[in-house]
Design a protein around this ligand. Structure first.
Ligand SMILES: Cc1cc2nc3c(=O)[nH]c(=O)nc-3n(C[C@H](O)[C@H](O)[C@H](O)COP(=O)(O)OP(=O)(O)OC[C@H]3O[C@@H](n4cnc5c(N)ncnc54)[C@H](O)[C@@H]3O)c2cc1C
Length: 481
């Protein structure tokens, strides 16, 4: 029996034949994550049913010297869960049990395949889990931990890393380690969160949840343009108000989202600013008045205040539909994710407009305005010759504008395979080497999600790896970055 067949048969004995996929038509589902223009078919996809099976799969891959990639729900937008052609894809979708809920201690223990929204549902109505990616109905907590995911409420409440207190992780040699936020010594849990599946697979996750605020007030203010809306953001923050969420959409994204939801956003506005305050009732209502004054002071044309929970949901529905709704105005689009200092917003938006005009492409902008986290959506038609390449080049230049403004190549979607080429724009060679050393400390044989995050192959020095990584270059794309 060949080595590959031996491994497949071992995987089948671990999780059952029906949970090991090797036929092309079964594997097609797993070729890409949410960034569909990177595609790779793995040698096999395995769907373990519990943590012991994950551990046995990783140990079998280690013995065979075969690389593997962990996959949650596959909603990632940087190609992080892109399979390795000669490797195994470990799909964690069947690990979706909520193992314990302890509201007295504000802790929930879950398996990695549990969806983000299921955590808040499990602790409702008294508590909630604040990091809320717009994909929260489907994305998994394992994926959130790997990406250090954010969402609309992270400006006030913080990111995933602020809510993970314990992890059980299978390392690439099949050993199991427990990482605890409160343990003395180096913060290895901190290193694991945001490591994009390159340090191991999480199999059990302990999360902190918090009590629901007493009151929530939501409004959406409409402005002539994003510059005026940006001024409103600056004055709200300068007034010492920390909204639960402060989100901006430009004219193109309002138009696409309204077509999808019909919620009632003004189509003649150049920008919509969604502001949500939460906290004690008295504080909320006096600050809400203040926010309205500040919006009017910045030139708001109109303010829609959510009269009840139904209207609040309508307001949010339009914001959360922003990515998916782009399909209504463009056959394809590229979701970009960059960060800038909040004060540079008008200038960077002007640059994005100028680049869009130069590249003759439409760019819609949706952003977590409080964090300065932009999501330019670069629209293109894959059927038009050269357009996908132009869209990708334009996306790269938008990221360059963010870095030049003192920001970052990613706010919350991770580096994955897509942005590793931009890492040298932010990090020196010795920074990158330090990252590689950390990575090699967890995974000396280079088996965990190779080809992601780092722009160079891993060289784990003295440890002879059974598998040598080769960079997964995205061929044929010219970039001026
Ligand atoms: C419409 C839409 C809206 C989105 N909105 C947001 C948003 O508001 N904020 C935001 O931050 N992101 C957002 N995202 C991106 C995405 O949903 C997040 O990155 C999410 O955390 C990915 O989770 P997943 O389960 O789909 O992970 P996957 O895509 O399956 O994997 C993502 C990465 O995690 C690794 N991984 C998965 N599970 C494990 C595990 N158990 N152990 C180790 N590594 C693992 C994978 O190897 C990969 O590198 C959005 C995506 C879409 C499609």
């Amino acid at each position: 029996m060949s080595k590959a067949l031996e491994l497949i048969s071992r995987l089948e004995s671990i999780c059952g034949t029906e949970h090991v996929l090797t036929h092309a038509h079964d594997l097609a589902t797993y070729r890409s994550d949410g960034l569909a223009h990177y595609r790779e078919v793995p040698a096999a996809a395995v769907l373990p049913g519990d943590a012991d099976e994950v551990q046995a799969i990783v140990a079998a891959c280690f013995e065979a010297g075969v690389p593997w990639v962990a996959r949650g729900s596959g909603t990632g937008l940087s190609g992080g869960a892109l399979p390795v052609s000669e490797g195994v894809l470990i799909v964690l979708a069947r690990l979706r049990r909520i193992l314990s809920v302890d509201l007295d201690d504000s802790r929930v223990v879950v398996e990695p395949g549990v969806t983000n929204l299921a955590v808040s549902r499990a602790v409702a109505p008294t508590h909630f889990y604040p990091p809320d990616p717009s994909s929260q109905i489907v994305c998994s907590i394992g994926g959130n931990v790997a990406e250090n995911s954010g969402g609309a409420h992270c400006f006030k409440y913080g990111f995933t890393t602020n809510y993970v207190t314990g992890l059980e992780v299978v390392l690439s040699d099949g050993s199991v380690v427990k990482l605890d936020r409160d343990a003395p010594g180096y913060d290895l849990l901190g290193a694991f969160v945001g490591s994009e599946g390159t340090l191991g697979v999480s199999t059990r996750i302990t999360l902190r949840v918090i009590p629901r605020p007493e009151d929530v007030r939501t409004l959406v203010a409409f402005f002539e343009d994003t510059g005026a809306a940006g001024e409103a953001v600056s004055s709200i923050v300068a007034a010492g108000i920390v909204p639960g969420a402060i989100e901006m959409m430009d004219q193109l994204s309002i138009s696409a989202s309204e077509q999808a939801t019909g919620a009632g956003y003004r189509l003649d506005a150049g920008a919509a600013l969604l502001v949500e305050l939460d906290g004690p009732e008295e504080e909320c209502s006096s600050r809400f008045e203040h926010v309205m004054e500040l919006c009017k002071g910045a030139g708001a044309m109109d303010v829609w205040i959510a009269a009840d929970e139904h209207e609040r949901e309508l307001i949010w529905k339009t914001r959360k539909a922003a990515f998916a709704a782009m399909g209504r105005i463009s056959p394809a689009y590229y979701v970009q994710d960059g960060v800038i200092p909040r004060t540079r917003l008008p200038e960077v938006l002007r640059q994005i407009d100028a680049l869009a005009a130069e590249y003759k492409l439409q760019v819609a902008n949706v952003f977590h305005a409080g964090d300065g986290n932009l999501h330019p959506l670069v629209c293109y038609d894959a059927e038009r010759e050269g357009e996908p390449e132009r869209a990708e080049e334009l996306s790269g230049l938008i990221i360059k504008a963010c870095v030049d403004a003192g920001g970052s190549i990613t706010g919350e979607h991770g580096v994955g395979v897509d942005k590793k080429r931009y890492m040298p724009a932010m990090f020196s060679e010795s920074d990158l080497e330090a990252f590689q050393r950390l990575r090699c400390a967890f995974d000396p044989h280079g088996l965990a999600n190779p080809g992601k995050v780092m722009p160079t192959p891993r060289l784990c020095g003295e440890v002879p790896g059974p598998y040598r990584e080769h960079p997964l270059e995205h061929a044929g794309v010219a970039t001026r970055f």
